[in-house]
Design a protein around this ligand. Structure first.
Ligand SMILES: NC(=O)c1ccc[n+]([C@@H]2O[C@H](COP(=O)([O-])OP(=O)(O)OC[C@H]3O[C@@H](n4cnc5c(N)ncnc54)[C@H](OP(=O)(O)O)[C@@H]3O)[C@@H](O)[C@H]2O)c1
Length: 289
């Protein structure tokens, strides 16, 4: 299959592009820069997007590019929709009917008050980021054959320690001996980017359509993740206390947006790497850092 992947330079996109390239003919697109052998494509520019679709003539578009920092999105709702929502409308209009659209969405389409959430649970976002994804999902799902994959908090190794997001933050706070607090309220389901890449390859290979949830299996607060990571890395935690108070931030966060994974399990996908093993792999990747 010829697959165009947007967001291929991102935290998740790098793994998705290299995984899909083992089976398919991939065109990888970055926003600010072209990845090796790929293209640069600013999705906010409708003309550029139409030209890229015409030039690559994909059988399938795996669309990951997005603004995904909720606080940044909250301050810039119009700009957020320019990237997170509008390009999906262009893709739906420009792609021939036989070409498939795979849209990567988030657990933040749910309000986090009544978990677990199934694929058909009512969506209600508590922030601009989640709302922009709901609007994009609606556009994608109106197109027959489209697939929407909802995923939660991603963990894993980026191209460098510094760009490894959540796990790098946790390791930094464990190594910093100053007294700190870690959120012990919001429940998250850390999910390994390599597992997500496998899940996407699996779903694309099956020709799945509609909404599908994929999520790590363990519900953990940030404090619990800190404890597990410390145990794996052999670091002390005496300087980190659990906080029963949610740190106020510009964008609201869902308390517990657990995604039920019965549908993908019933299809036969059973890879759910435990958080401790992800930390082990991260530590091996950045040994000595
Ligand atoms: N990270 C998470 O915890 C998480 C959780 C749930 C869902 N998701 C979803 O998973 C997807 C991937 O997330 P991620 O963590 O990999 O994000 P990321 O690391 O922030 O990567 C974002 C990607 O979007 C591209 N991009 C940014 N502006 C663009 C533009 N104007 N035109 C075209 N491309 C542009 C970036 O390219 P350049 O850097 O080259 O500009 C980059 O490749 C997103 O849809 C996100 O909503 C992520």
């Amino acid at each position: 299959m010829k697959i165009l992947i947007t967001g291929a330079t991102g935290f998740l996109g790098r793994d998705v592009a290299s995984r899909l390239a083992t089976e398919h003919e991939v065109t990888a697109a970055g926003g600010r820069a072209a990845p090796a052998g790929g293209i640069r494509l600013d999705l906010r520019d409708e003309g550029q997007l139409r030209s890229a679709l015409a030039a690559s003539a994909p059988d399938c578009v795996v669309h990951l590019a997005a603004y995904r920092e909720p606080d940044v999105c909250e301050d810039a709702p119009e700009e957020t929709r320019r990237l997170n929502t509008a390009p999906v409308a262009v893709m739906c209009g420009a792609l021939p009917p036989a070409a498939r659209l795979v849209f990567i969405s988030t657990d933040y389409v749910f309000d986090g008050e009544t978990p677990p959430y199934r694929e058909n649970s009512p969506r209600r976002a508590v922030n601009v980021y989640g709302q922009s994804k709901i609007e994009a999902e609606d556009l994608a799902l109106r197109r027959p054959g489209s697939l929407v994959v909802r995923i939660p908090l991603l963990v894993g190794a980026g191209p460098s320690f510094e760009s490894s997001g959540f796990l790098a933050q946790i390791v930094r706070s464990l190594r910093d001996p100053s007294p700190q607090e870690a959120d012990a309220v919001l429940r998250r389901f850390p999910t390994w980017i390599r597992d997500v890449a496998e899940a996407i390859a699996f779903l694309v290979g099956r020709g799945a359509s509609g909404a599908v949830h994929y999520s790590g299996a363990e519900g953990l607060t940030r404090y619990e993740m800190v404890l597990q990571a410390a145990e794996v890395l052999g670091l002390p935690t005496d300087h980190i206390r659990p906080s029963a108070r949610v740190v106020p931030r510009r964008a609201a966060r869902p308390r517990d947006s657990q995604l039920a994974t019965d549908r993908i399990r019933a299809m036969g996908f059973m890879r759910f790497t435990p958080f401790r093993d992800v930390v082990r792999s991260f530590a091996a990747e950045f040994a000595g850092r």
